[in-house]
Design a protein around this ligand. Structure first.
Ligand code: FE2
Ligand code: FE2
Length: 273
């Protein structure tokens, strides 16, 4: 099984891959190809897929981690070429999302109308884990969230009584079953990295051999990072490929704690399992 980071905020020096704030991973196995998230723009997604020699029509299924534009922005550019394939996501994918930084509220959710996606794709929406291809699963909704979440104070949704913090109900990861154990591919981990990993252990009951993707630790304080290190030590995860919204401080702290187990995962990185 091959896992390639197609879009990330970072690229290697002199890399032909383009980087922008966003995330997309391609999972390739004998039974097919799954694209997990689509980055922020079709321009970068299609450029990087082209460099990987992967035509969009060779993708067998899409999975979306959550609604934010940096994970769904490439969807409209894909639609013409991937018509009819399934899209796996949480039902809350279609809830409107907003960000309040400076000035007026900005819409930061899905760029495509639900009707358009329904016409072009086969929507498979569930809060439960779903098997996309043999051995490739969504986590479903991360239910128990005893550990800190990966929140941003400016992320809002329109609730019954007005604006309220985004509950990030739709935030999901992918789980790959490999001979070495489970590989967890995270989108943004708004549900919290530790909550996501605990959920995977409960739902799949197999050791985790690798974690890759965005972990939303960019706002994590010292206590939170210490707890992440403690839990990752307990779980004994041998390979850690953090990127996207992990944050430089968190990345350096984890690299110091785990040495060579931690490796960067910029766009163009391929991992084999
Ligand atoms: Fe996000
Ligand atoms: Fe993100």
């Amino acid at each position: 099984m091959k896992v390639t980071c197609v879009v990330d905020d970072a690229v290697c020096d002199h890399s032909p891959f383009w980087g922008e704030h966003g995330l997309a991973f391609l999972i390739e196995m004998n039974s097919g190809r799954v694209l997990f998230d689509t980055g922020q723009s079709g321009t970068v997604l299609l450029h990087n897929l082209n460099l990987l020699d992967v035509e969009p029509k060779a993708i067998n299924a899409l999975a979306i981690s959550h609604a934010h534009y940096d994970h769904t922005g490439g969807l409209p550019a894909l639609l013409d070429q991937v018509t009819g394939i399934p899209l796996y996501a949480h039902p809350d994918l279609f809830r409107e999302r907003f960000s309040r930084r400076e000035g007026p509220l900005k819409s930061v959710g899905l760029p495509s109308e639900r009707e358009v996606l329904e016409q072009r794709l086969e929507l498979r929406l569930s809060a439960e884990p779903m098997e996309i291809l043999p051995g490739v699963w969504t986590t479903g909704e991360v239910t128990d969230r005893a550990e800190p979440e990966g929140r941003s104070a400016n992320h809002l949704v329109h609730g019954v009584e007005g604006w309220e913090p985004d509950p990030y109900r739709d935030d999901m990861a992918l789980v790959l079953e490999t001979d070495e154990g489970l590989v967890v591919i995270c989108g943004c981990c708004h549900a919290g990295l530790l909550n996501t990993l605990a959920h995977v252990r409960r739902a799949f009951d197999v050791d985790i051999t690798a974690v890759a993707g965005g972990t939303h630790l960019l706002h994590a304080d010292e206590a939170h990072l210490r707890r992440v290190i403690e839990v990752l030590r307990e779980l004994g995860v041998p390979r850690l490929y953090f990127n996207h919204c992990t944050g430089l401080r968190a990345y350096v702290t984890l690299a110091q704690a785990f040495g060579e187990k931690v490796a960067p995962c910029p766009a163009g990185t391929t991992l084999s399992f």
